[in-house]
Design a binder for this molecule. Structure first.
Ligand code: HEM
Length: 426
């Protein structure tokens, strides 16, 4: 996935529209990341489509209403291939430099039918709900081992101590990444989707990450070719050897699985814990009634989804979107988190309600790019929360809420550190 923003910058002073909102609306800054929902409430009142600006300077069209978001995600006019982006988008969008862009950014999220359909078919079996359910006891073992390793009393950082490791361990089992290679994976490689400019002092480190990642992917592919097994990574290598995938598509899909299969889950565990720590009555209820976990996880996904904004989409021709004219090749982005708080779809949308029904949230997207890992993510989240709540009595934040730093990425919501206190001996 390519992230629309590399480096946060101070919000520009913008002219104020009649609706009282800046035009374009800056979508960044510490306060916005702490709580984007005040802004989303204002946007809902102003309409479903808005001009927004990211820190890189690029402007985009943001869809916020639930109905409009649903339609946009199912709109066959909106394509995903970067070749649809116009010159203005290309000049400002922070996309990976070449040749890596063409080698790593040709995965599912940057493809349109029929290519997308063929590529997607290759991954679906591995994430089928029945297969995931059969693996649940193993997910529990992995979560238990991490919980065992947390200190008995005092506290810990639950990102470093749990959320940063658990999703990758689970993913490795699901896609067939051998333990030796899984140990070598550097989570920092995922940051290559937030490129830094050629003059940026961080550029050498960025290029080092890209090289490290590409070497790693080549090692994974070589290993699976030598040690074929009936797992997803092996099947992708076979698809390459049979000419179904190009080398770039294979490398890109491996890259996407390693990053998309981990970071959103890590972030979602942290946002869910933050929500529960801010609602101690609901936290206590969930600890006492673990049968509520499946529905609580759905509501926590709706209440604060880790995939806040979708990736870019483009119209091939100038087009109308809910009365707004969008030039061809401008980027259109859907705010899944704004849609999930639309009162017209979710009464009392700002209230956390484990009994909410129906709860057709958009946290895993919609349409042909709907997250194929949704069943896996749901199982992981249920196991992770159930384990942490059961194993860490007295769980509470170990610092004031306003000292928690939300990650500055544009697409994602989550925290990098989550210091908590508890006492396992109680
Ligand atoms: C809580 C965790 C997760 C969330 C919130 C999430 C959310 C999403 C969303 C919103 C999209 C669509 C983005 C768009 O339309 O622009 C997506 C796509 C995708 N996700 Fe997830 N995801 C999660 C976990 C996972 C896991 C565990 C995997 C497993 C490998 C995964 C693999 C993918 C892939 C491959 C795509 C691209 C699908 C396509 O383009 O057809 N995700 N995810």
């Amino acid at each position: 996935m390519t992230s629309p923003d590399p480096t946060p910058a101070p919000a520009p002073r913008c002219p104020i529209t009649g609706a009282g909102l800046p035009e374009p609306v800056p979508l960044y800054g510490r306060e916005y990341k702490r709580d984007p929902y005040d802004l989303y409430r204002e946007l809902h009142d102003a309409g479903p489509v808005h001009r927004v600006r990211f820190p890189s300077g690029i402007a985009a069209w943001l869809v916020t209403g639930y109905e409009a978001a649903h339609q946009a995600l199912n709109d066959p006019r909106l394509g995903k291939n970067h070749s649809l982006g116009n010159d203005n988008w290309r000049a400002l969008a922070s996309i990976m430099p070449e040749p890596q862009h063409s080698q790593l950014q040709v995965h599912l999220l940057h493809q349109d039918p029929p290519k997308h359909t063929d590529m997607r078919r290759l991954v679906l079996d591995a994430f089928a709900p029945r297969r995931i359910e059969a693996l649940r006891p193993r997910f529990q073992e992995l979560a238990d081992a991490l919980a065992d390793a947390l200190p008995d009393a005092g506290g810990a950082d639950l990102v470093q101590g749990f959320a940063a490791h658990y999703p990758f361990q689970v993913l490795a089992e699901v896609i067939g990444l051998p333990t030796e290679l899984a140990r070598r994976f550097d989570r920092d490689w995922g940051k290559v989707v937030q490129p830094v400019g050629p003059q940026d002092p961080g550029r050498p480190a960025y290029e080092g990450r890209l090289r490290g990642l590409q070497t790693y992917i080549a090692d994974v592919v070589a290993h699976k070719r030598e040690h074929w097994d009936d797992d997803l990574l092996s099947r992708l290598v076979v698809a390459r050897d049979r000419g179904v995938l190009s080398q770039e598509e294979l490398d890109s899909m491996v890259f996407q699985l390693l990053v998309a299969g981990q970071e959103p889950v890590t972030n979602q565990i942290s946002t869910m814990l933050m929500t529960l720590l801010r609602h101690p009555d609901q936290l206590a209820r969930l600890r006492d009634e673990p049968t509520l976990l499946p529905q609580a996880v759905e509501e926590l996904l709706r209440y604060d989804g880790a995939f806040e904004l979708t990736t870019w989409r483009f119209f091939a021709e100038d087009s109308q979107l809910h009365g707004t004219r969008i030039p061809a090749g401008d980027s259109v982005i859907v705010s899944l988190d704004a849609a999930n708080r639309d009162e017209r779809q979710f009464p009392d949308a700002d209230t956390l309600d484990f009994e909410r029904s129906p709860n057709a949230h958009l946290s895993f997207g919609r349409g042909i790019h709907f997250c194929p890992g949704a069943a896996l993510a749901r199982a992981e989240l249920q196991v992770a929360l159930g384990t942490l709540l059961a194993r860490l009595p007295g769980l509470q934040l170990a610092c004031p809420d306003d000292e928690i730093e939300w990650i500055p990425a544009v697409l994602a919501r989550g925290v990098n550190r989550l210091p908590v206190a508890y006492d396992k001996r109680v």
